[in-house]
Design a protein around this ligand. Structure first.
Ligand code: SF4
Length: 394
């Protein structure tokens, strides 16, 4: 039987395969199949699944792709991820992809969609506004219209007719996927010494580039293997990471945080895979409406969402308490406007609730972690030293 280590190695290979080999292989295995790349953060992959497609999460080149031409497309004072994505596009990594979706999260992503158009990548490129009005008859209708536009675009390519039954089937598969991801996170929260945060990360990230059915099998196997393990608890604090929802930290940064004395028990890495909190209603006669309802009513909090009626700082504190965390690490990509504009609000809320926190910036290709390791190590020590004492941060 495959060991947990072997499973994690396989997932790491899939997750960081910048040639998207498994996705391309899947496409070649059947007629009328399409690959649709989507940028962070969230897109309802169920829609692509229903149209005989595979939605492939594109997260940049990380620390695995040297940027040679990508820099020329952007000014210096923006985050790193889009340069990596352009580099991948220029080097032909997406050549078998049929279309690209750019969910509206910031101006950088908007501009990236324009560059894909200029470069004539894929058969369609769509910059997609997500509703910021959460009323069903306004934002809901708009979102439905946008999703059906994507259905039309794919149908023109592969001639597949939209079927509510197929979409309901996809909804069930992705509901299962989120439930299994939650189960892995649940095990990690309960016994974080059994599997490290970077290992969990690789397992979840593999799901961005393979069919959901295969990812569900991987998650089930991981849960089974974790259930049969013991392991020894270590003297570490429990932390929550906030701010890394779009550009992803390098794997070695996640490892560094844990080696410096922390268990990462909650985070916003790969946020799209856990965006919907709970299930999308399955088996209805209007499955697109069910996806829209889930977005309007079950979305997680994020800096990219206008949430005046449901403030993210309140939701962050609630999640912190539920996770039984000891502190928060605000880790945002350099020059990430959405994350950095929110940090003062979120940190002020930490002050009000006597929650200890630190913050630093990273970029997906950061290679030196000495300063971060010292900062996190000091944070961990200070919490351990004054454990149980209330620190008035006001
Ligand atoms: S990392 Fe931040 S600034 Fe960069 S594309 Fe993502 S949301 Fe935009």
């Amino acid at each position: 039987m495959e060991s947990l280590k072997q499973l994690i190695n396989k997932c790491e290979g899939l997750a960081f395969d910048l040639n998207y080999t498994r996705a391309k292989q899947w496409k070649s295995e059947g007629d009328g199949r399409v690959l649709v790349g989507y940028m962070p953060i969230y897109f309802p992959r169920e829609i692509i699944h229903a149209m005989n497609g595979l939605a492939v999460g594109i997260l940049g080149g990380g620390d695995k792709k040297q940027i040679i031409r990508g820099d020329a497309y952007y000014q210096s004072y923006i985050c790193h991820m889009p340069r990596g994505i352009i580099e991948l596009a220029l080097d032909g990594h997406f050549d078998q992809f049929d279309g690209f979706l750019f969910p509206s999260i910031c101006d950088v992503i908007r501009n990236l969609s324009g560059m894909f158009r200029v470069l004539r990548k894929g058969k369609f490129v769509k910059y997609m506004d997500f509703p910021q009005n959460f009323q069903k008859h306004i934002g809901g209708e708009f979102f439905k219209y946008e999703l059906m536009d994507i259905v039309d675009k794919i149908s023109k390519i592969n001639k597949v007719k939209f079927s509510p039954e197929k979409l309901n089937e996809g909804i069930q598969l992705f509901n299962k996927n989120r439930a299994l991801i939650n189960a892995v996170y649940g095990l990690r929260k309960k016994s974080p010494w059994k599997i490290s945060a970077d290992e969990v990360y690789s397992i979840i990230r593999a799901g961005y580039v393979i069919p959901v059915e295969e990812h569900n099998e991987i998650l089930k196997k991981a849960i089974e293997l974790l259930g049969s393990m013991d392991g020894e608890p270590m003297d570490k604090i429990r932390v929550m990471i906030i701010g890394a929802f779009c550009e992803q930290p390098p794997l070695s940064l996640i490892k560094t945080i844990e080696q410096a004395g922390c268990y990462i028990i909650e985070d916003d890495f790969l946020l799209g895979s856990k965006w919907i909190q709970g299930d999308v209603e399955a088996g209805t006669s209007d499955p697109v409406g069910a996806i829209v309802d889930a977005y309007l009513n079950k979305s997680t909090f994020s800096s990219t969402v206008y949430d005046v009626d449901n403030p993210k700082e309140v939701r962050m504190i609630k999640l912190f308490n539920e996770s039984k965390a000891d502190g928060i690490i605000f880790a945002a990509p350099s020059f990430c406007d959405p994350a950095l504009l929110d940090h003062p609000i979120l940190q002020s809320s930490c002050h009000d609730n006597d929650i200890r926190y630190i913050s630093f910036l990273f970029s997906e290709n950061t290679g030196q972690f000495k300063v971060i390791k010292e900062q996190v190590g000091t944070f961990s020590d200070s919490i351990k030293l004054w454990e149980g004492e209330t620190v008035n941060l006001k």
